[in-house]
Design a protein around this ligand. Structure first.
Ligand code: PHE
Length: 543
Protein backbone atom coordinates (compact mmCIF):
# COMPACT_ATOMS: atom_id res chain seq x y z
CA UNK A 1 0.00 0.00 0.00
CA UNK A 2 1.23 3.45 -0.80
CA UNK A 3 0.87 4.91 2.65
CA UNK A 4 3.97 6.96 2.99
CA UNK A 5 3.18 9.15 0.04
CA UNK A 6 5.91 7.48 -1.94
CA UNK A 7 5.67 5.63 -5.22
CA UNK A 8 5.94 2.17 -3.74
CA UNK A 9 6.69 0.10 -0.70
CA UNK A 10 10.10 0.64 0.86
CA UNK A 11 10.83 3.38 -1.57
CA UNK A 12 13.33 6.02 -0.77
CA UNK A 13 12.37 8.22 2.15
CA UNK A 14 13.63 11.62 1.16
CA UNK A 15 12.74 15.12 2.07
CA UNK A 16 11.51 15.77 -1.42
CA UNK A 17 9.38 12.67 -1.43
CA UNK A 18 7.63 13.99 1.66
CA UNK A 19 6.66 17.17 -0.07
CA UNK A 20 4.41 15.92 -2.79
CA UNK A 21 2.14 18.71 -3.75
CA UNK A 22 3.44 21.40 -1.47
CA UNK A 23 3.30 24.80 -3.07
CA UNK A 24 5.46 27.83 -2.61
CA UNK A 25 5.62 29.16 0.92
CA UNK A 26 5.63 32.74 -0.29
CA UNK A 27 4.98 35.67 1.94
CA UNK A 28 8.31 35.92 3.68
CA UNK A 29 9.64 38.58 1.36
CA UNK A 30 6.53 40.67 1.47
CA UNK A 31 6.38 40.29 5.21
CA UNK A 32 9.94 41.39 5.62
CA UNK A 33 9.36 44.39 3.41
CA UNK A 34 6.46 45.30 5.66
CA UNK A 35 8.71 44.94 8.67
CA UNK A 36 11.18 47.26 7.04
CA UNK A 37 8.45 49.83 6.67
CA UNK A 38 7.65 49.41 10.33
CA UNK A 39 11.30 49.92 11.20
CA UNK A 40 11.62 46.37 12.44
CA UNK A 41 14.16 45.17 9.95
CA UNK A 42 17.80 46.24 9.85
CA UNK A 43 18.15 49.16 7.44
CA UNK A 44 20.50 47.46 5.00
CA UNK A 45 17.73 44.94 4.38
CA UNK A 46 14.94 47.39 3.70
CA UNK A 47 15.24 47.28 -0.07
CA UNK A 48 11.98 46.01 -1.55
CA UNK A 49 11.89 42.25 -1.71
CA UNK A 50 10.40 40.83 -4.85
CA UNK A 51 7.74 38.23 -4.29
CA UNK A 52 9.40 35.33 -6.06
CA UNK A 53 7.27 32.62 -4.50
CA UNK A 54 9.57 31.90 -1.61
CA UNK A 55 12.61 31.23 -3.76
CA UNK A 56 14.45 34.38 -2.76
CA UNK A 57 16.99 34.33 0.02
CA UNK A 58 14.82 34.63 3.11
CA UNK A 59 15.24 37.65 5.30
CA UNK A 60 17.07 36.98 8.54
CA UNK A 61 14.73 36.26 11.41
CA UNK A 62 14.40 39.13 13.87
CA UNK A 63 12.90 38.02 17.19
CA UNK A 64 10.28 40.31 18.71
CA UNK A 65 11.73 42.41 21.49
CA UNK A 66 10.33 44.67 24.20
CA UNK A 67 11.84 47.77 22.59
CA UNK A 68 9.60 47.23 19.55
CA UNK A 69 6.79 48.49 21.77
CA UNK A 70 8.68 51.31 23.41
CA UNK A 71 9.45 52.66 19.96
CA UNK A 72 5.98 52.31 18.54
CA UNK A 73 3.63 52.20 21.53
CA UNK A 74 1.18 49.39 22.11
CA UNK A 75 1.80 46.39 24.28
CA UNK A 76 2.39 42.68 23.93
CA UNK A 77 -0.80 40.71 23.47
CA UNK A 78 -2.17 37.71 25.25
CA UNK A 79 -1.69 34.56 23.18
CA UNK A 80 -2.96 31.03 23.61
CA UNK A 81 -0.70 28.44 22.06
CA UNK A 82 -2.35 25.10 21.42
CA UNK A 83 0.11 22.22 21.47
CA UNK A 84 3.45 21.99 23.27
CA UNK A 85 5.38 20.36 20.47
CA UNK A 86 8.39 22.09 18.96
CA UNK A 87 6.23 24.55 16.97
CA UNK A 88 4.07 25.56 19.91
CA UNK A 89 6.92 25.87 22.38
CA UNK A 90 9.00 27.83 19.88
CA UNK A 91 6.11 30.27 19.35
CA UNK A 92 5.72 30.83 23.10
CA UNK A 93 9.48 31.15 23.53
CA UNK A 94 9.89 33.67 20.72
CA UNK A 95 6.83 35.74 21.68
CA UNK A 96 8.01 35.65 25.27
CA UNK A 97 11.16 37.50 24.22
CA UNK A 98 9.00 40.61 23.75
CA UNK A 99 6.91 40.03 26.84
CA UNK A 100 3.85 38.45 25.26
CA UNK A 101 1.58 36.79 27.78
CA UNK A 102 1.53 33.25 26.41
CA UNK A 103 -0.22 30.19 27.76
CA UNK A 104 0.55 26.84 26.17
CA UNK A 105 -2.19 24.23 26.31
CA UNK A 106 -1.14 20.61 25.78
CA UNK A 107 -3.39 17.56 25.75
CA UNK A 108 -0.63 15.08 26.56
CA UNK A 109 0.84 14.89 30.02
CA UNK A 110 4.26 15.94 28.78
CA UNK A 111 5.65 18.56 26.48
CA UNK A 112 7.52 17.88 23.26
CA UNK A 113 4.96 16.20 21.03
CA UNK A 114 6.82 13.90 18.69
CA UNK A 115 10.13 15.05 20.11
CA UNK A 116 9.95 12.20 22.56
CA UNK A 117 12.92 10.71 24.38
CA UNK A 118 12.15 7.65 26.47
CA UNK A 119 14.07 6.65 29.60
CA UNK A 120 13.64 4.13 32.38
CA UNK A 121 10.45 4.82 34.32
CA UNK A 122 8.55 6.33 31.40
CA UNK A 123 5.33 4.78 30.18
CA UNK A 124 4.03 4.70 26.62
CA UNK A 125 0.32 4.23 26.07
CA UNK A 126 -1.09 3.64 22.63
CA UNK A 127 -4.53 4.08 21.21
CA UNK A 128 -6.32 0.79 20.79
CA UNK A 129 -5.84 -1.05 17.50
CA UNK A 130 -8.75 -2.45 15.54
CA UNK A 131 -11.65 -3.39 17.75
CA UNK A 132 -9.74 -3.48 21.02
CA UNK A 133 -11.28 -1.42 23.80
CA UNK A 134 -8.09 -0.20 25.41
CA UNK A 135 -4.63 0.42 24.11
CA UNK A 136 -1.48 -1.16 25.40
CA UNK A 137 0.74 0.56 27.95
CA UNK A 138 4.44 -0.25 27.87
CA UNK A 139 6.75 0.59 30.74
CA UNK A 140 10.27 1.60 29.88
CA UNK A 141 12.74 -0.46 31.89
CA UNK A 142 16.01 0.99 30.58
CA UNK A 143 18.92 1.36 32.95
CA UNK A 144 20.31 4.71 34.01
CA UNK A 145 21.94 6.51 31.11
CA UNK A 146 20.07 4.68 28.36
CA UNK A 147 17.70 6.76 26.29
CA UNK A 148 15.74 6.22 23.09
CA UNK A 149 14.82 9.02 20.72
CA UNK A 150 11.50 7.58 19.60
CA UNK A 151 10.82 10.56 17.35
CA UNK A 152 13.35 12.95 15.81
CA UNK A 153 16.91 11.76 16.25
CA UNK A 154 19.18 13.55 13.78
CA UNK A 155 19.81 17.15 12.80
CA UNK A 156 21.49 18.36 9.62
CA UNK A 157 24.08 21.12 9.77
CA UNK A 158 22.07 23.63 7.78
CA UNK A 159 18.91 23.34 9.85
CA UNK A 160 17.68 26.11 12.15
CA UNK A 161 17.38 23.50 14.89
CA UNK A 162 21.12 23.83 15.43
CA UNK A 163 20.74 27.60 15.92
CA UNK A 164 18.23 26.89 18.65
CA UNK A 165 20.63 24.44 20.26
CA UNK A 166 23.27 27.16 20.28
CA UNK A 167 20.90 29.79 21.61
CA UNK A 168 19.47 27.51 24.30
CA UNK A 169 22.80 26.03 25.32
CA UNK A 170 21.89 22.48 24.34
CA UNK A 171 25.15 20.55 23.95
CA UNK A 172 25.54 18.53 20.77
CA UNK A 173 27.43 15.48 19.64
CA UNK A 174 27.76 13.77 16.30
CA UNK A 175 24.97 11.51 15.14
CA UNK A 176 26.58 8.86 12.97
CA UNK A 177 24.25 8.64 10.01
CA UNK A 178 26.53 6.65 7.75
CA UNK A 179 28.95 3.96 8.73
CA UNK A 180 30.99 2.05 6.16
CA UNK A 181 31.25 -0.80 8.64
CA UNK A 182 27.50 -1.20 9.06
CA UNK A 183 25.68 -3.63 6.82
CA UNK A 184 23.35 -3.66 3.88
CA UNK A 185 20.87 -6.42 3.23
CA UNK A 186 18.34 -6.69 0.44
CA UNK A 187 16.12 -9.47 -0.82
CA UNK A 188 18.55 -9.88 -3.72
CA UNK A 189 21.42 -10.76 -1.37
CA UNK A 190 22.24 -14.13 0.15
CA UNK A 191 23.87 -12.56 3.21
CA UNK A 192 24.49 -9.09 4.55
CA UNK A 193 27.69 -7.33 3.55
CA UNK A 194 29.37 -4.30 5.01
CA UNK A 195 28.32 -1.04 3.39
CA UNK A 196 31.92 -0.42 2.33
CA UNK A 197 32.00 -3.71 0.43
CA UNK A 198 28.73 -3.07 -1.34
CA UNK A 199 29.84 0.43 -2.26
CA UNK A 200 33.22 -0.72 -3.55
CA UNK A 201 31.57 -3.29 -5.79
CA UNK A 202 28.92 -0.90 -7.10
CA UNK A 203 31.47 1.83 -7.86
CA UNK A 204 33.88 -0.75 -9.30
CA UNK A 205 31.50 -2.36 -11.74
CA UNK A 206 29.91 0.89 -12.81
CA UNK A 207 33.37 2.25 -13.51
CA UNK A 208 34.28 -0.87 -15.45
CA UNK A 209 31.18 -0.60 -17.63
CA UNK A 210 31.67 3.06 -18.26
CA UNK A 211 35.35 2.62 -19.07
CA UNK A 212 34.57 -0.18 -21.50
CA UNK A 213 31.81 1.81 -23.15
CA UNK A 214 34.23 4.73 -23.48
CA UNK A 215 36.93 2.51 -24.97
CA UNK A 216 34.45 0.99 -27.40
CA UNK A 217 33.48 4.45 -28.64
CA UNK A 218 29.93 4.14 -27.35
CA UNK A 219 30.17 7.62 -25.84
CA UNK A 220 31.86 9.34 -28.74
CA UNK A 221 28.81 11.46 -29.39
CA UNK A 222 28.99 12.87 -25.86
CA UNK A 223 32.70 13.09 -25.24
CA UNK A 224 35.68 14.75 -26.87
CA UNK A 225 39.03 12.96 -26.91
CA UNK A 226 40.32 14.83 -23.84
CA UNK A 227 36.96 14.27 -22.10
CA UNK A 228 37.41 10.55 -22.60
CA UNK A 229 40.91 10.61 -21.14
CA UNK A 230 39.70 12.54 -18.12
CA UNK A 231 36.71 10.28 -17.63
CA UNK A 232 38.93 7.20 -17.75
CA UNK A 233 41.25 8.86 -15.28
CA UNK A 234 38.35 9.59 -12.99
CA UNK A 235 36.98 6.05 -13.26
CA UNK A 236 40.31 4.48 -12.45
CA UNK A 237 40.09 6.17 -9.04
CA UNK A 238 36.33 6.18 -8.58
CA UNK A 239 35.97 2.46 -9.11
CA UNK A 240 39.50 1.46 -8.07
CA UNK A 241 39.89 -0.21 -11.47
CA UNK A 242 43.28 1.26 -12.34
CA UNK A 243 44.22 1.12 -15.99
CA UNK A 244 43.01 -2.43 -16.38
CA UNK A 245 39.36 -1.56 -17.07
CA UNK A 246 38.11 -4.69 -15.34
CA UNK A 247 36.95 -4.50 -11.72
CA UNK A 248 38.51 -7.22 -9.66
CA UNK A 249 37.97 -5.82 -6.21
CA UNK A 250 40.51 -4.25 -3.95
CA UNK A 251 41.26 -2.99 -0.51
CA UNK A 252 38.09 -0.94 -0.31
CA UNK A 253 36.02 -4.09 -0.04
CA UNK A 254 37.54 -4.68 3.36
CA UNK A 255 39.53 -7.38 5.08
CA UNK A 256 38.82 -10.80 6.49
CA UNK A 257 41.92 -10.36 8.66
CA UNK A 258 42.84 -6.76 9.30
CA UNK A 259 46.33 -5.54 8.48
CA UNK A 260 48.58 -5.20 11.48
CA UNK A 261 52.04 -6.55 11.89
CA UNK A 262 51.16 -8.74 8.94
CA UNK A 263 49.56 -7.59 5.70
CA UNK A 264 46.15 -8.96 6.64
CA UNK A 265 43.85 -10.96 4.42
CA UNK A 266 41.61 -9.02 2.06
CA UNK A 267 38.02 -10.10 1.56
CA UNK A 268 38.85 -11.33 -1.87
CA UNK A 269 37.29 -10.93 -5.29
CA UNK A 270 33.82 -9.46 -5.73
CA UNK A 271 30.72 -11.39 -6.74
CA UNK A 272 29.87 -11.29 -10.42
CA UNK A 273 28.42 -8.21 -12.06
CA UNK A 274 25.11 -10.04 -12.50
CA UNK A 275 25.00 -10.80 -8.81
CA UNK A 276 25.79 -7.22 -7.83
CA UNK A 277 23.11 -5.84 -10.16
CA UNK A 278 20.55 -8.27 -8.80
CA UNK A 279 21.16 -7.05 -5.25
CA UNK A 280 19.18 -3.86 -5.86
CA UNK A 281 21.41 -1.73 -3.68
CA UNK A 282 20.76 1.69 -5.19
CA UNK A 283 18.73 3.04 -2.30
CA UNK A 284 20.93 1.44 0.36
CA UNK A 285 24.07 3.06 -0.97
CA UNK A 286 22.66 6.54 -1.42
CA UNK A 287 20.72 6.86 1.82
CA UNK A 288 22.92 9.66 3.07
CA UNK A 289 23.22 11.43 -0.29
CA UNK A 290 20.10 13.49 0.48
CA UNK A 291 20.59 17.13 1.37
CA UNK A 292 19.15 16.49 4.80
CA UNK A 293 20.89 13.17 5.50
CA UNK A 294 24.55 13.92 4.81
CA UNK A 295 27.20 13.49 7.47
CA UNK A 296 28.04 14.95 9.82
CA UNK A 297 24.68 15.06 11.51
CA UNK A 298 24.08 15.95 15.15
CA UNK A 299 22.09 15.02 18.23
CA UNK A 300 21.71 16.71 21.59
CA UNK A 301 23.81 15.04 24.29
CA UNK A 302 21.56 12.91 26.51
CA UNK A 303 18.48 12.86 24.27
CA UNK A 304 16.62 14.90 21.68
CA UNK A 305 14.15 16.18 24.28
CA UNK A 306 16.90 18.44 25.63
CA UNK A 307 15.64 20.93 23.04
CA UNK A 308 12.00 20.90 24.08
CA UNK A 309 12.97 20.86 27.75
CA UNK A 310 15.11 23.94 27.25
CA UNK A 311 12.29 25.67 25.36
CA UNK A 312 9.76 24.76 28.06
CA UNK A 313 12.18 26.00 30.70
CA UNK A 314 12.41 29.36 28.95
CA UNK A 315 8.64 29.60 28.55
CA UNK A 316 8.19 28.71 32.22
CA UNK A 317 6.32 25.79 33.73
CA UNK A 318 3.63 28.16 35.01
CA UNK A 319 2.66 29.01 31.44
CA UNK A 320 2.30 25.43 30.24
CA UNK A 321 -0.84 23.46 30.99
CA UNK A 322 -0.34 19.79 30.16
CA UNK A 323 -3.15 17.24 30.32
CA UNK A 324 -5.53 19.86 28.94
CA UNK A 325 -7.49 18.95 25.84
CA UNK A 326 -8.94 21.65 23.64
CA UNK A 327 -12.60 21.10 22.80
CA UNK A 328 -13.61 24.24 20.89
CA UNK A 329 -11.91 27.18 19.20
CA UNK A 330 -13.99 30.30 18.71
CA UNK A 331 -12.83 33.36 16.85
CA UNK A 332 -14.48 36.58 18.03
CA UNK A 333 -13.98 40.06 16.67
CA UNK A 334 -12.07 41.11 19.77
CA UNK A 335 -10.32 37.89 20.73
CA UNK A 336 -10.23 34.11 20.75
CA UNK A 337 -11.98 31.76 23.13
CA UNK A 338 -10.69 28.24 23.61
CA UNK A 339 -12.76 25.73 25.54
CA UNK A 340 -10.84 23.01 27.34
CA UNK A 341 -11.92 19.80 29.00
CA UNK A 342 -12.54 20.13 32.71
CA UNK A 343 -11.92 23.85 33.06
CA UNK A 344 -13.22 27.30 32.33
CA UNK A 345 -12.82 28.55 28.74
CA UNK A 346 -9.54 30.37 28.07
CA UNK A 347 -9.54 33.78 26.45
CA UNK A 348 -6.81 35.65 24.65
CA UNK A 349 -6.21 38.22 21.96
CA UNK A 350 -4.74 35.64 19.59
CA UNK A 351 -4.28 31.92 19.28
CA UNK A 352 -1.60 29.83 17.62
CA UNK A 353 -2.89 26.37 16.84
CA UNK A 354 0.16 24.12 16.70
CA UNK A 355 -1.60 20.78 16.66
CA UNK A 356 -1.49 18.14 13.94
CA UNK A 357 -3.88 19.26 11.19
CA UNK A 358 -5.88 16.03 11.20
CA UNK A 359 -6.68 16.55 14.89
CA UNK A 360 -7.29 20.27 14.53
CA UNK A 361 -9.80 19.50 11.79
CA UNK A 362 -11.93 17.63 14.31
CA UNK A 363 -12.09 20.37 16.94
CA UNK A 364 -15.39 22.24 16.68
CA UNK A 365 -15.55 26.00 16.48
CA UNK A 366 -16.08 28.67 13.91
CA UNK A 367 -12.89 28.62 11.84
CA UNK A 368 -14.92 28.38 8.65
CA UNK A 369 -15.66 25.63 6.18
CA UNK A 370 -12.71 26.41 3.90
CA UNK A 371 -10.24 26.33 6.80
CA UNK A 372 -11.75 23.14 8.15
CA UNK A 373 -11.52 21.43 4.79
CA UNK A 374 -7.93 22.61 4.33
CA UNK A 375 -7.07 21.21 7.76
CA UNK A 376 -8.57 17.89 6.75
CA UNK A 377 -6.48 17.71 3.58
CA UNK A 378 -3.06 16.52 4.84
CA UNK A 379 -2.99 12.77 5.29
CA UNK A 380 -1.43 11.50 8.52
CA UNK A 381 1.21 8.84 7.92
CA UNK A 382 2.73 6.02 9.90
CA UNK A 383 6.22 5.48 11.18
CA UNK A 384 7.41 3.23 13.94
CA UNK A 385 10.53 2.72 15.99
CA UNK A 386 11.66 -0.02 18.30
CA UNK A 387 14.29 0.54 20.98
CA UNK A 388 16.31 -2.50 22.08
CA UNK A 389 18.42 -2.14 25.17
CA UNK A 390 21.26 -4.62 25.34
CA UNK A 391 23.47 -5.39 28.31
CA UNK A 392 26.47 -5.84 26.07
CA UNK A 393 27.51 -3.73 23.11
CA UNK A 394 28.11 -6.67 20.83
CA UNK A 395 27.89 -4.51 17.69
CA UNK A 396 30.99 -2.65 18.88
CA UNK A 397 32.78 -5.63 20.40
CA UNK A 398 32.11 -8.21 17.71
CA UNK A 399 31.02 -6.32 14.59
CA UNK A 400 33.23 -3.28 15.19
CA UNK A 401 30.34 -1.01 14.32
CA UNK A 402 30.30 2.30 16.18
CA UNK A 403 27.08 4.10 15.37
CA UNK A 404 25.43 4.40 12.00
CA UNK A 405 22.79 2.30 10.37
CA UNK A 406 22.28 -0.96 8.59
CA UNK A 407 20.10 -0.37 5.57
CA UNK A 408 17.75 -3.15 4.58
CA UNK A 409 14.69 -3.76 2.49
CA UNK A 410 13.32 -5.97 5.23
CA UNK A 411 10.20 -4.69 6.93
CA UNK A 412 12.34 -3.24 9.74
CA UNK A 413 13.75 -0.68 7.31
CA UNK A 414 16.77 0.61 9.15
CA UNK A 415 18.66 -0.74 12.15
CA UNK A 416 20.51 1.99 14.04
CA UNK A 417 23.47 1.60 16.34
CA UNK A 418 23.88 4.15 19.11
CA UNK A 419 25.96 7.27 18.55
CA UNK A 420 26.44 7.72 22.29
CA UNK A 421 27.84 5.74 25.16
CA UNK A 422 30.53 3.98 23.15
CA UNK A 423 32.22 1.27 25.24
CA UNK A 424 29.81 1.60 28.13
CA UNK A 425 28.09 -1.51 29.33
CA UNK A 426 24.63 -1.09 27.91
CA UNK A 427 23.52 0.24 24.57
CA UNK A 428 20.35 1.10 22.70
CA UNK A 429 19.88 -0.28 19.20
CA UNK A 430 16.93 0.87 17.10
CA UNK A 431 15.55 -2.46 15.96
CA UNK A 432 13.31 -0.92 13.38
CA UNK A 433 12.61 2.47 11.95
CA UNK A 434 10.05 1.97 9.25
CA UNK A 435 7.36 3.91 7.44
CA UNK A 436 4.41 3.31 5.16
CA UNK A 437 3.01 -0.20 4.87
CA UNK A 438 5.80 -1.68 6.97
CA UNK A 439 5.04 0.68 9.84
CA UNK A 440 1.34 -0.09 9.54
CA UNK A 441 1.99 -3.79 9.74
CA UNK A 442 4.00 -3.33 12.96
CA UNK A 443 1.52 -0.76 14.32
CA UNK A 444 -1.23 -3.34 14.27
CA UNK A 445 0.73 -5.70 16.54
CA UNK A 446 1.20 -5.80 20.29
CA UNK A 447 4.61 -4.83 21.55
CA UNK A 448 5.57 -8.48 22.12
CA UNK A 449 4.65 -9.37 18.56
CA UNK A 450 6.57 -6.38 17.19
CA UNK A 451 9.60 -7.37 19.19
CA UNK A 452 9.44 -10.96 18.04
CA UNK A 453 9.06 -10.00 14.40
CA UNK A 454 11.88 -7.46 14.54
CA UNK A 455 14.24 -9.93 16.22
CA UNK A 456 13.57 -12.48 13.51
CA UNK A 457 14.50 -9.85 10.93
CA UNK A 458 17.52 -8.57 12.81
CA UNK A 459 18.95 -12.07 13.05
CA UNK A 460 19.15 -12.08 9.27
CA UNK A 461 21.77 -9.36 9.67
CA UNK A 462 23.44 -10.22 12.95
CA UNK A 463 22.66 -13.87 13.59
CA UNK A 464 22.15 -15.28 17.08
CA UNK A 465 23.73 -12.41 18.95
CA UNK A 466 20.77 -10.21 18.03
CA UNK A 467 18.55 -11.98 20.56
CA UNK A 468 21.16 -12.45 23.27
CA UNK A 469 21.89 -9.90 26.00
CA UNK A 470 18.63 -8.13 25.35
CA UNK A 471 17.51 -6.44 28.55
CA UNK A 472 14.39 -4.52 27.61
CA UNK A 473 12.58 -2.99 24.69
CA UNK A 474 9.98 -0.39 23.81
CA UNK A 475 8.18 0.41 20.58
CA UNK A 476 6.33 3.48 19.41
CA UNK A 477 3.74 3.47 16.63
CA UNK A 478 3.25 7.13 15.89
CA UNK A 479 -0.15 6.65 14.30
CA UNK A 480 -1.32 5.26 17.63
CA UNK A 481 0.09 7.94 19.88
CA UNK A 482 -2.75 9.79 21.64
CA UNK A 483 -3.13 13.44 20.63
CA UNK A 484 -0.61 13.02 17.80
CA UNK A 485 -1.91 10.19 15.63
CA UNK A 486 0.70 10.28 12.93
CA UNK A 487 4.41 10.42 12.25
CA UNK A 488 4.00 13.33 9.88
CA UNK A 489 1.64 14.22 7.06
CA UNK A 490 1.52 14.17 3.30
CA UNK A 491 -0.29 16.81 1.28
CA UNK A 492 -2.08 15.02 -1.53
CA UNK A 493 -2.55 18.31 -3.28
CA UNK A 494 -1.42 21.87 -2.74
CA UNK A 495 -4.88 23.13 -2.09
CA UNK A 496 -5.33 24.44 1.38
CA UNK A 497 -1.69 24.94 2.27
CA UNK A 498 -1.46 28.63 1.49
CA UNK A 499 -4.78 29.24 3.20
CA UNK A 500 -3.41 27.76 6.43
CA UNK A 501 -0.18 29.70 6.16
CA UNK A 502 -2.38 32.72 6.81
CA UNK A 503 -4.34 33.32 9.99
CA UNK A 504 -8.04 32.47 10.18
CA UNK A 505 -9.25 35.57 11.97
CA UNK A 506 -7.22 35.62 15.18
CA UNK A 507 -6.10 32.02 14.90
CA UNK A 508 -2.69 31.25 13.40
CA UNK A 509 -1.44 27.80 12.44
CA UNK A 510 2.06 26.46 13.07
CA UNK A 511 3.84 23.20 12.51
CA UNK A 512 6.24 21.33 10.26
CA UNK A 513 3.20 20.37 8.18
CA UNK A 514 3.01 23.97 6.92
CA UNK A 515 6.54 23.98 5.54
CA UNK A 516 8.86 22.35 3.07
CA UNK A 517 10.53 20.63 6.00
CA UNK A 518 7.85 18.13 6.89
CA UNK A 519 9.10 15.53 9.36
CA UNK A 520 11.84 17.77 10.72
CA UNK A 521 11.91 19.82 13.91
CA UNK A 522 13.44 22.51 11.71
CA UNK A 523 10.10 22.75 9.90
CA UNK A 524 8.34 23.41 13.20
CA UNK A 525 10.88 26.10 14.09
CA UNK A 526 10.68 27.78 10.70
CA UNK A 527 6.90 27.79 10.83
CA UNK A 528 6.95 29.20 14.38
CA UNK A 529 9.26 32.03 13.31
CA UNK A 530 6.97 32.95 10.44
CA UNK A 531 3.88 33.00 12.65
CA UNK A 532 5.61 34.94 15.42
CA UNK A 533 6.86 37.54 12.97
CA UNK A 534 3.43 38.00 11.40
CA UNK A 535 1.57 38.05 14.67
CA UNK A 536 3.99 40.56 16.17
CA UNK A 537 3.72 42.73 13.09
CA UNK A 538 -0.05 42.70 13.41
CA UNK A 539 0.01 43.52 17.12
CA UNK A 540 2.35 46.44 16.47
CA UNK A 541 0.09 47.70 13.74
CA UNK A 542 -3.27 47.13 15.39
CA UNK A 543 -2.16 47.83 18.95
N1 PHE B 1 13.37 13.54 9.62
C1 PHE B 1 13.05 12.13 9.57
C2 PHE B 1 14.34 11.32 9.52
O1 PHE B 1 15.40 11.88 9.38
C3 PHE B 1 12.12 11.78 8.44
C4 PHE B 1 12.72 12.05 7.11
C5 PHE B 1 13.56 11.10 6.54
C6 PHE B 1 12.50 13.23 6.45
C7 PHE B 1 14.17 11.34 5.33
C8 PHE B 1 13.10 13.47 5.23
C9 PHE B 1 13.95 12.53 4.69
O2 PHE B 1 14.30 10.13 9.62
Amino acid sequence: MDNDGLPGRRERLTRRSLLVGIGAAGGAGAMYAAMGVLGLAPSKETAPVRPTGGAELPAPYVPPQPSDFSLRGGSPAKVLVLGAGVAGLACAYELGKAGYDCTVVEARDRVGGRSLTLRGGDAVTELPAGTAAIGETQRVAFGAGTYFNAGPARIAQWMVTLDYCRELGVPLEVFVNNNASAYVLTAGMKAPVRARTARADAYGYISELLAKATDAGALDAELTGPDKERLLDFLSEFGEIGQARGYTGGERRGYRVNPGVGPGAPLGPPPSLTEILSQGLGRMLTMDAGYDQAMPMFQPVGGMDAIVRALAGQVGAGRIRTGTRVTRITNRPEGVEVAVEGGAPLKADYCVAALPPHLLAKIPGNLGADVRSALATPVPLSAGKLGLEYGRRWWEIEDRVYGGATETDLDVGHIWYPSYGFHTERGLVVGYYNTGGDAEAYNALSHRERLHRALVQGRKVHGGRYGRDLLSSISVAWRRQPHIEGSWVRWPSMSGLSLLQRPAGRVYFAGDWLTHLIAWQAGAFESARKVVTELHHRVLKEG
